[in-house]
Ligand binder design. Structure first.
Ligand code: NAD
Ligand code: UDP
Length: 315
């Protein structure tokens, strides 16, 4: 099988590329490196089954040879990244999804798009089930991402209903692991980088907002299972173990043995107050369950970030 992965040089995309290569697929990675890095995929470049096309997927793309699966993962994903590149984010969620769906239609390929828990906005239903329609501010500071992803879901369903494309929508909740960028602004790289450098840990608001963190290998397994299922409506994939951001800061301090102080900064606008996936559907449909607990996942991730911070200090 030949699998095209947009955003294949990003954090999740690079793990997906590895998994599909390990399953025996040929992988075509399409990336413009707006937030991804060549380093994420350097170890795959010698593999004859791996090919990279440097391209902005918001622009038309014609790929030689038959493609069996299209996974659309291209998009800035951290709030800092998507707010900095707001128009690119709206374009890749809308025009990019259209291009990726067009490729799937032309090749008769399976399609899966990376949606997000952000489609639920600042949720009024907890935990979040797929049947909840969400609470998104359409003109707020997160709207370029949330609305792009909501559009992407609508476009995907339209291609399924109107053109009969075999589409899938995964709603990904906060995921972490090796190859996140130390400077992507997300809570885990921020806290870990601050703890390892001995800088203050920046908790936004009172730190009472919650998140539920999923280790990347668990997510990749959920993606793989959903792609080969016959289910077309959105499916939540995430780890349902919920923690407040203050507790998370304390956990990072404990695991790193850091003496950093916690400081409180203003809570960004529209920051969701609580987030936890209801994964009943993924369990029933895909037999999927997260396997890597937070402590284990964080240890693996910390090993990765320690090397990055040491390399940074040597510069
Ligand atoms: P990332 O920024 O590491 O990866 C995104 C990749 O897409 C990068 O390599 C980037 O260069 C590429 N890209 C962006 N715009 C592009 C364009 N126009 N053309 C080609 N390539 C482009 O982010 P990530 O965390 O790996 O997220 C990957 C996907 O998963 C995104 O679609 C994101 O919305 C989704 N997602 C991630 C999370 C998470 O917790 N990491 C949660 C929900 C959804
Ligand atoms: N956050 C924080 N300090 C930081 C970075 C983030 O307290 O240095 C908080 C942020 O306000 C949010 C949570 O951590 O409530 C998760 O933020 P992240 O940017 O990782 O992702 P989100 O889930 O908001 O998309």
């Amino acid at each position: 099988m030949r699998t095209l992965i947009t955003g294949g040089a990003g954090f999740i995309g690079s793990h997906l590329s590895e998994r599909f290569l390990a399953e025996g697929h040929d992988v075509v990675c399409v990336d413009n490196f707006i937030t991804g890095r060549p380093d994420n995929i350097r170890h795959l470049l010698d593999n004859p089954k791996f090919r990279v096309i440097v391209h902005d997927v918001s622009k038309p793309l014609f790929v030689d040879g038959l493609i069996d699966n299209v996974l659309h993962f291209a998009s800035p994903a951290s709030p800092v990244d998507y707010q900095k590149s707001s128009i690119q984010t709206l374009k890749v969620g809308s025009l990019g999804t259209h291009v990726a769906l067009g490729i799937a239609k032309a090749h008769g390929a399976r399609f899966l798009t990376a949606s997000t828990s952000e489609v639920y906005g600042d949720p009024e239903v907890h935990p979040q089930t797929e049947s909840y329609w969400g609470h998104v501010n359409p003109v707020g500071e997160r709207s370029m991402y949330d609305e792009a992803k909501r559009f992407a879901e609508a476009m995907t369903m339209a291609y399924h209903r109107e053109h009969g494309v075999n589409t899938h929508i995964i709603r990904i909740f906060n995921t972490y692991g090796e190859r996140m960028r130390l400077d992507d602004g997300r809570v885990l790289p921020n806290f870990v980088g601050q703890a390892l450098r001995g800088d203050p840990i920046t908790v936004y608001g009172q730190g009472q907002q919650t998140r539920s963190f999923c280790y990347v290998s668990d997510l990749v397994d959920g993606i793989y299972r959903l792609l080969f299922s016959d289910y077309h409506l959105p499916v939540n994939v995430g780890n349902p173990v919920e923690i407040t951001i203050k507790e998370f800061a304390d956990e990072i301090l404990r695991l790193t043995g850091s003496k950093s102080q916690v400081v409180y900064k203003p809570l960004p606008a529209d920051d969701p107050k609580q987030r936890r996936p209801d994964i009943t559907l993924a369990r029933r449909l895909l037999g999927w369950e997260p396997k890597v607990g937070r402590e284990e996942g964080l240890k693996r991730t910390l090993d990765y970030f320690r090397k990055k911070v040491q390399a940074e200090a040597k510069k």
